[in-house]
Ligand binder design. Structure first.
Ligand code: PLP
Length: 390
């Protein structure tokens, strides 16, 4: 029996609305529940499992690391931390990396790094401009820059000095700039907020504005990074290098790890010993996951695979739209959203019964974020299932 417990029965705080299914194992791009039912996975653990499930090379690297050393703390160097940092440096083009345990913590670190920079420069700047419908995490700092009242209101007061601009409206950002503005934070492609892509002029405008006004640009690449858009990181397709960027989700292929990175120009005037830290951050196991994930990404050229699969997915979705089954398509690569004619909650529940895992985003959008190793035949299978559901 595929038995699941209510949170309260299990002794858990009831903070998630879970699908009524107990998942037990994964293989490739499929997950299996305790009854042996198979699900085609277009959720990837919320854009985390880029390599899918059961990647032998990744798993054996992790097993080897477990046998060798799991944890040491940041009082010492370890063998995998430097390796992972070097690889991240190479793919991001950033100069310094700090490892965290989650995306939220990467955001916290990025905000602190920006404030420290302003403090050290003696600029008196501390304000952040964030975007409406953004999502940056659930800690008080991260939720303070998250443009969604629902996540913020019960926990007020938020951090002072945060204001929200309209995404893709440069004038609305400019209107919020003061001589106290420390940084502008944005996702080049908003995931949770409804799969909204930044326009080229918007990204370029923000970069220029930051340069002119002495403001730092922070890109949150936690969901849209790691190849998902068909670029290694989404900002790279705009050519607008941020001063600080955050990563998490897919960088560890499911092992909990995040990171923020910055340019040398920022690092020189930012965090110093004692300013920031974490017990687990950069631990050998997490970093083995990052190093191996990046090695596989580069060797297999996953980014160009995403481009190819992304345009195939788009083609198929356009056919659905032409047939009137969906109203709208958003996004790019393997982070695309569709707006069905009915509530997405109904659609994702019905999809589960058809053996398809999909998640939702704001604006009644069904979010398609499959493992990046997906093949055309899986996209065809997803389209068949979604047709039945719609
Ligand atoms: C998921 C997400 C976060 C938060 O990451 P956690 O690992 O859940 O803390 C932050 N920003 C974006 C864009 C995300 O998608």
């Amino acid at each position: 029996m595929n038995t699941y417990m209510k949170e309260t029965e299990a002794g858990l705080v009831h903070t998630y609305n879970r699908f009524p299914v107990v998942l037990e194992k994964g293989e490739g791009v499929y997950l299996y529940d305790t009854d042996g039912n198979r699900y085609l996975d277009f959720a990837a653990g919320i854009a985390v499992c880029g390599l899918g499930y059961g990647n032998e090379e990744l798993n054996s690297a992790l097993k080897q690391q477990v046998d060798q050393l799991i944890h040491t703390s940041n009082l010492y160097y370890n063998t995998t931390c430097g390796k992972a940092a070097k690889a991240l440096k190479r793919v991001t083009g950033m100069d310094r990396v700090f490892f965290t345990n989650s995306g939220t913590e990467a955001i916290e670190g990025a905000l602190k790094a920006a404030r420290k920079y302003a403090w050290k420069k003696g600029s008196g700047r501390y304000e952040f401009i964030a975007m409406e419908h953004s999502f940056h995490g659930r800690s008080i700092g991260a939720v303070s820059v998250t443009g969604n009242e629902h996540y913020r209101t019960p926990f007020e007061p938020m951090l002072p000095g945060v204001s929200f601009a309209e995404f893709n409206n440069l004038d609305s950002v400019k209107a919020l700039v003061t001589d106290k503005t420390c940084a502008i934070i944005l996702e080049p492609l908003q995931g949770e907020g409804g799969i909204n892509m930044a326009e080229k002029e918007f990204m370029e405008g923000i970069r220029k504005l930051c340069d002119e006004e002495g403001i730092l640009m922070i890109c949150d690449e936690i969901q849209c990074g790691m190849g998902r858009t068909g670029s290694m990181f989404a900002w790279q397709s705009y050519g607008t290098k941020p001063d600080i960027m955050t990563m998490a989700k897919a960088i560890g292929s499911g092992v909990p790890v995040g990171a923020f990175a910055m340019t040398e120009d920022i690092a020189e005037f930012s965090l110093e010993p004692g300013d920031h830290g974490t017990t687990y951050g950069g631990n050998p196991l997490a970093c083995a996951a990052v190093a191996k994930t990046l090695e596989i990404f580069e060797r297999e050229n996953l980014v160009s695979h995403v481009k190819e699969m992304g345009s195939y997915l788009r083609e198929k979705l356009e056919e659905l739209k032409q047939s009137g089954m969906i109203e709208e398509i958003r996004g790019t690569g393997l982070i695309q959203g569709i707006r069905p004619g009915k509530p997405v909650g109904e659609v994702s529940s019905a999809a589960l019964k058809e053996g398809l895992l999909v998640i939702s985003a704001r604006d009644n959008i069904l979010r398609l974020v499959p493992p990046l190793v997906i093949e055309k035949k899986h996209i065809d299978e997803m389209i068949e299932k979604i047709k039945k559901v719609l």
